[in-house]
Design a protein. Structure first.
Length: 230
């Protein structure tokens, strides 16, 4: 029997930025997480990178091991800045990856549709969830999200069920701090969200190289603290 991809009630664990160039790091992170008592985390896949047969076989393997695959942008890099708000977002959170923020509504919806279609084209299970890079959905109106095929969309705010419009406002922990400004912002945000998690539930969003970044100690402490095995 395949291991379940269900998550501990109130806790949702995911690994972002699954691309051909990060597959080894993602597997290393999975291997380190497993002894801590976590079920297979959701893997956020970037379809528009240079996937070859070996990379697609790795995705098939992870899916067979119980990992849910989710859509995560298309290229996972920006083509330009969408204004001052985008520049501030890049400085504090997203660097050069929040590709939605430089697109208009129609382009965002087209990207999401293309992302969803890619999985079936590669013989993978159709994903339920879409997470824009850096959780930044961009300018698309919430009322238009029914024009794209994903059942759920996750942003910094939470996870929205498209059919019902219902939000799950779970707290969010992240650790991808690439500069001192991001380290400070994430330390503050994580401290607040650890407190929120007790009443709101929790999302933990990991990135392939987080274990080599300044918040690595906090990452492992949180994975032990919130482990379903506790």
């Amino acid at each position: 029997m395949m291991p379940s991809a269900m998550h501990h009630p109130g806790v949702d664990l995911s690994i972002h930025d699954v691309m051909p160039e990060t597959l080894v790091a993602v597997q290393s992170l999975i291997d380190a997480i497993q002894p801590l008592g976590w079920p297979p985390p959701v893997l956020l896949v970037v379809p528009g990178r240079d996937w070859d047969a070996d990379g697609l076989a790795q995705l098939q393997y992870w899916q067979a091991q119980g990992h849910e695959l989710a859509g995560h942008g298309w290229f996972h890099r920006i083509s330009g800045y969408g204004g001052l708000k985008h520049r501030l977002h890049a400085a504090f959170i997203s660097r050069q990856v929040a590709e939605h923020l430089s697109l208009d509504d129609n382009a965002i919806l087209a990207l999401m549709q293309r992302c969803h279609a890619w999985f079936a084209q590669q013989g993978l299970n159709t994903p339920k969830r879409y997470v824009p890079p850096a959780w930044a959905l961009g300018s698309v109106a919430k009322a238009r999200l029914g024009e794209q095929p994903f059942a759920e969309v996750e942003t910094l705010r939470g996870i929205v069920d498209i059919a019902s419009g219902e939000w799950r406002h779970h707290a969010l922990l992240g650790y991808e701090a690439g500069n001192p400004m991001q380290t400070y912002a994430l330390r503050l945000s994580n401290a607040l969200n650890r407190q929120r998690a007790r009443r709101a539930g929790l999302r933990i969003g990991l990135h392939p190289y987080d274990a080599q970044l300044p918040l690595a100690d906090a990452l492992w402490q949180d994975l032990r603290r919130f482990s379903p095995r506790r």
